[in-house]
Ligand binder design. Structure first.
Ligand SMILES: Cc1cc2nc3c(=O)[nH]c(=O)nc-3n(C[C@H](O)[C@H](O)[C@H](O)COP(=O)(O)OP(=O)(O)OC[C@H]3O[C@@H](n4cnc5c(N)ncnc54)[C@H](O)[C@@H]3O)c2cc1C
Ligand code: SF4
Length: 570
């Protein structure tokens, strides 16, 4: 078959969803459940729930290469992915991550682009922390003038947060705080003894600071036909119990159940065609990753859910006479105002709990919601906006004790058989300000995989981020010391753009088409049947993890799109 033959796959689908990760899975579920025939296009390979998690049950002593990093392979093929923080890339899940050598990108300034390009995307590898944004988050841009005003408020999203939480299952503790809205929770996971003490001591000293258990999309009880969490904390290998939310365990099976879902993997979307006369998106151009064959699929409505940078890449690549700089780029806003989280972390040892321990490996930590510059500028703050902390307190295990002991024989055995010291840590997630020059573009002179231009990142943290990180470090240190910590150490984390993996912006929502790419319903200004519902839509970064918000935005946008179809408007 000719590689260049542009095969037109006709209009056998009502809707096309590009990407099968957290947002694509949600779009597929909602669209099919509302009666539409849906095609999901996924650039990565097929992975089956359960059988695809090849190392889920491999014990460490049977790990390939003894579980040690395969340095040559990583340097050659996973130069970026293998550097991801918090052990998210390992021998157990390497097959989920993209091959960096085959998929290069340009870095004007150092930037980490972490991609899991398989069916299910990063829903397989995410940390599952699931928080609602509060009204302050949606008002921030309007209040201080950085970035454009969000076209929606918390009230617009609240019912959709509930809709999503009820389906995915989020365990957590309601707290009754206005700026940190509660959701619909399964029973919370338990705090460790030291975390309970941290809570008591921090809340006693600072009334406006709350310490709560992480709200996490891990099931503490059976839910929607999925099993309860076994407290193994090896979630990013995949979970056969379906005990954490992923597209493979949850949304795609729900879509499949309707009988209206078709999934095409190994399908790299190159571009979306727009008819210059009708201004409608007419088709999606695809390159088959295995054969190189080119083809076009058509549908009445398109949901672009390829993850923030994947989506921006597709929009920028969708160049035509009518849209010479890509779709939605009439006012040069596409690719700009990228935001993420930056931060710093603090560790300390706390004595006095040596008689206490815990069972299992809990798959979440604790969280302290934002307390700086809330609703007004704090007098002692030399920065705009704020940050929240995520952290935890647990005992060192035998591996650390073994590494530190200078004993041997029976003495060593005795030492490592006992639990180690208690260590508490707090890591800040700071809000990056939207800046016009933090952007991605295409470099046509540098071809990447499939002959498509490389995406070029020109992103840096600014002075506000630097000052905020200094303050966050100081506060973390004070809180740990107030809780009795000794030998507190500050360590730099999230100092390089990309490492936080909460990438947002580039096709921001807004009322004014001259200032934004999407409207209040995630519809591309000027292309009514094209919706973007992943992180690219975000107009600011907030201080908590964003994926629950993407899911709520996706479900809300589908509801709107289907109503528009029924009304004959798109
Ligand atoms: C280690 C780690 C921990 C994280 N922890 C959290 C957390 O605790 N809480 C939280 O809220 N978020 C967390 N995140 C972020 C979260 O994973 C993302 O926000 C979320 O997955 C984004 O969903 P998405 O659908 O936009 O993209 P993804 O889930 O990445 O899915 C995008 C899909 O689109 C496909 N695709 C891309 N380009 C194309 C193309 N051209 N054609 C066809 N298909 C394409 C990709 O292959 C992929 O499958 C974490 C991420 C990582 C990596
Ligand atoms: S900790 Fe829970 S959700 Fe994670 S892999 Fe184990 S059972 Fe699954």
């Amino acid at each position: 078959m000719s590689k260049d033959k542009d095969k037109d796959k006709g209009a056998q689908f009502d809707a096309i969803v590009i990407g099968s990760g957290i947002t694509g899975g949600w779009a597929a579920k909602e669209l099919t459940e509302k009666g539409l025939k849906v095609l999901v296009l996924e650039r990565g390979a097929k992975i089956e729930h359960q059988t695809g998690y090849i190392h889920e049950f491999t014990p460490p002593w049977q790990a390939p290469n003894g579980g040690l990093p395969e340095r040559e392979l990583h340097a050659r093929d996973y130069e970026i992915q293998s550097k991801i923080e918090r052990g998210a890339f390992s021998w157990a899940n390497r097959h989920y991550w993209i091959n960096d050598r085959e998929n290069p990108y340009e870095q004007v300034k150092p930037f980490r682009w972490h991609r899991a390009n398989v069916l299910g995307g990063r829903s397989l590898t995410w940390g599952r922390q699931s928080y609602r944004w509060g009204n302050d988050d949606f008002l921030a841009n309007a209040r201080d003038g950085h970035g454009n005003d969000w076209p929606i408020r918390y009230a617009d999203l609240a019912p959709w947060y509930s809709h999503v939480e009820r389906f995915i299952g989020v365990s957590g503790q309601p707290e009754g705080l206005e700026h940190f809205p509660d959701g619909e929770y399964l029973p919370p996971m338990e705090m460790t003894a030291l975390e309970r003490a941290l809570k008591e001591r921090i809340e006693a000293r600072w009334k406006e600071r709350r310490v709560t258990i992480g709200r996490v999309a891990n099931l503490t009880v059976e839910h929607n036909g999925r099993g309860a969490c076994q407290n193994r904390n090896i979630c990013n290998r995949g979970c056969s119990f379906g005990a954490y939310f992923s597209s493979l365990s949850s949304t795609l099976p729900a879509a499949q159940k309707t009988g209206r879902l078709t999934v095409r993997t190994d399908s790299v979307v190159e571009a979306i065609d727009v008819d210059p006369k009708t201004k409608r998106a007419t088709g999606v151009r695809v390159i088959d990753a295995k054969s190189g064959e080119k083809m076009t699929f058509k549908a009445r409505v398109i949901f672009l859910c390829a993850s923030t940078y994947g989506t921006l890449q597709v929009l920028l690549q969708s160049r035509s006479e009518a849209n010479p700089n890509g779709i939605g780029n009439h006012s040069d806003k596409l690719g700009r105002y990228l935001v993420d989280h930056h931060g710093v972390a603090a560790f300390g040892e706390i004595k006095g709990f040596e008689d206490r321990n815990y069972k299992g490996r809990r798959a979440t930590g604790i969280l302290i919601p934002r307390f700086r510059n809330l609703g007004r500028q704090d007098e002692d703050a030399d920065f705009t906006r704020g940050y929240g902390f995520q952290g935890g307190a647990m005992r060192d295990d035998w591996t650390n004790t073994a590494a530190l002991t200078d004993d041997f024989g029976a003495g060593m055995k005795h030492n490592i058989a006992r639990p180690g010291k208690w260590v508490a840590f707090l890591g800040a997630f700071g809000e990056q300000l939207p800046q016009v020059n933090n952007r991605v573009t295409l470099n046509d002179k540098k071809p990447g995989n499939y002959g498509l231009p490389q995406l070029c990142f020109d992103v840096a943290y600014g002075e506000n981020e630097r000052k905020m990180a200094v303050d966050a470090g100081k506060q973390a240190e004070q809180m740990l010391k107030a809780a009795g910590a000794e030998r507190v150490q500050l360590i730099p984390v999230r100092t390089m753009p990309g490492v936080s993996i909460h990438e947002m912006g580039g096709a921001r929502m807004g009322h004014d088409p001259a200032e934004s790419v999407l409207n209040a319903h995630n519809q591309v200004h000027g292309v009514d049947n094209l919706f973007v519902t992943d992180g690219a839509a975000m107009a600011s970064a907030g201080t908590v993890n964003p994926s629950l918000t993407y899911m709520a935005l996706t479900a809300r946008a589908v509801d709107y799109a289907v109503a528009q179809i029924k009304a004959g408007r798109i």
